[in-house]
Ligand binder design. Structure first.
Ligand SMILES: Cc1cc2nc3c(=O)[nH]c(=O)nc-3n(C[C@H](O)[C@H](O)[C@H](O)COP(=O)(O)OP(=O)(O)OC[C@H]3O[C@@H](n4cnc5c(N)ncnc54)[C@H](O)[C@@H]3O)c2cc1C
Length: 457
């Protein structure tokens, strides 16, 4: 007998989990509060532009992502980044400098000081850290130097976490980097040794390439939703409450027609934020909730800007990131029309501007007019564009990116305890196991495997 599984949230995590469970013949229901699937992944086609409201690109950074894309290859056309748009630009003294991609460029770049460039030669010989909860900023200062923190790690962290390296803890926020130092004693030695390890055929396909799909990222979530079957995805869900039973869980909710529904589930998988967890699971103790609620989220404002004819600086790059030291009101600009085909009319450009984050949360509450003015001023100053955009759309996210800061250890322990006490309940989503799309695919895949393994016990 295959179990009944209820999944809360039809974002990438919930859809991936449901997809693999359905494939194995499980009875799965996804309960989603909004009227759409995909969560924050939303692609819009408008006036010849194809823009993303949420994430723009993923990274093929694990085997689970490779396998999911491979599994859906008949329905989905993978779009990998144009090699001509590989360059990452970093702003220094109001000028874009490419992030060095080779030894020679690394020596010549003005991004880092000569002292730090020489100091990096000693990186393999520096002792490894002993504080597992050291901040990312301290780790980078210790191993690489201040200028690497200011002009590589700080903008990189802005681009991924919209966060602050002084607050993020590598053990939780960048576990692969943390482990590299712990296992090999050095980033450089670790990278060289790891490259020599034998790889399976699947591992060889983990290219670290940037990906989307022809037509945008929503093609992925739409395809997953159609494979799962719309009849198994209940949208417009409200008043959702879960209670543990002697065996399994009772699931009570209202659907779009306001009718109250009750289901019994053997497994319940949550993929929602901490606040939603609090309202859905009234039996979780306040002390466990307190540990989970210490999680901070970065607020993000994303602005899609389109030009039918681009007359600014050449955009042959992935985009530009802005270090905190440069004191600009925006975090960075992606160049989606340079990365992928078909995102803007011929000769035009599509840009994606990010504002807010942990360091400038006030932008979330600014008016559209203030945001538009700031964005156009920055495009003028930084990309040499004097034109009025043909398209400008603003999207605000209050809980965009969870910050894996010092409180994360206690949050993970609290979740482990809850899952041990209530067998069959999984508190997943981006409150643990990483924030990127590839992390979400991996977590969804792993959750499906866990349910299957427990069902067979
Ligand atoms: C602006 C932005 C830009 C990003 N850029 C990138 C990027 O470039 N690359 C990258 O890899 N990642 C990026 N990310 C992160 C990535 O998009 C997410 O990690 C991923 O899409 C999250 O998927 P999820 O299913 O875990 O959560 P979500 O997409 O948030 O889905 C959760 C779902 O749960 C539903 N829900 C919430 N509460 C309830 C409730 N009470 N009852 C029922 N349903 C509920 C929500 O409506 C939602 O549909 C970005 C995120 C944001 C916000």
């Amino acid at each position: 007998m295959k179990s009944k599984v209820v999944i809360i949230g039809a974002g990438l995590t919930g859809l991936t989990t449901a997809y693999y469970l359905k494939k194995e013949g499980y009875d799965v229901s996804i309960l989603e509060q909004s009227n759409e699937t995909g969560g924050v992944i939303k692609t819009v086609e408008e006036n010849g532009f194809v823009y993303e409201k949420g994430p723009n690109t993923g990274v093929i950074s694990n085997v689970e992502t490779v396998k999911l894309i491979d599994d859906l290859a008949e329905e989905l056309q993978l779009a990998v980044a144009n090699p001509a748009a590989k360059k990452r630009l970093i702003l220094k003294n109001k000028k874009w400098e490419p992030l060095p991609d080779g030894l020679w460029n690394a020596v010549r770049t003005p991004l880092f000081t000569w002292k730090d460039k020489f100091r990096i030669l000693g990186e393999p010989f520096r002792p490894k850290g002993t504080n597992p909860e050291e901040t990312l900023a301290d780790l980078v200062r210790r191993r690489l130097g201040n200028s690497f923190l200011d002009y590589a790690i700080d903008p990189f962290i802005s681009g991924i976490y919209a966060g602050n390296p002084e607050m993020l803890i590598p053990k939780y926020a960048l576990p692969k980097l943390y482990q590299l130092e712990q296992d090999y004693g050095s980033f450089i030695k670790g990278a060289i040794q790891k490259a020599k390890l034998p790889k399976s055929e699947w591992e060889k396909k983990v290219t670290k390439d940037v990906f989307s799909f022809n037509g945008g990222l929503q093609k992925l979530t739409d395809t997953l939703a159609s494979k799962i079957g719309q009849e198994n995805i209940i949208t417009g869900v409200s008043h959702l409450k879960i209670q543990p039973l002697e065996k399994g869980f009772s699931v009570v909710y209202q659907n779009e027609s306001e009718a109250s529904q009750t289901e019994k589930a053997d497994f319940v998988i949550s993929t929602v934020s901490v606040d939603a967890v609090e309202s859905i699971f009234p039996f979780i103790t306040s002390s466990a909730l307190e540990k989970m609620k210490a999680l901070r989220y970065a607020k993000i404002v994303q602005v899609a800007v389109g030009f039918k004819q681009w007359q600014g600086m050449p955009l042959a790059a992935f985009g530009g990131l802005i270090p905190s030291k440069e004191n600009q009101a925006i975090l960075g600009i992606l160049f989606p029309s340079a990365i992928f085909k078909g995102r803007a009319p011929e000769g035009g450009a599509l840009l994606s501007v990010f504002m807010g984050g942990i360091k400038q949360p006030q932008w979330y509450d600014q008016t559209d007019a203030a945001i538009e003015k700031t964005v156009t001023e920055h495009l003028h100053n930084l990309l040499n564009s004097d034109q009025k955009p043909d398209l400008l759309r603003i999207f605000r996210y209050k809980e965009a990116i969870p910050q894996y800061e010092l409180s994360s250890g206690e949050r993970f322990n609290a979740i482990d305890e809850i899952e041990k006490t209530y067998q069959g309940l999984y508190l997943a989503g981006n409150i643990r196991n990483g924030i990127g799309m590839a992390d979400r695919i991996k977590q969804g895949t792993d959750l499906a495997k866990t349910v299957i393994a427990n069902n067979n016990e």
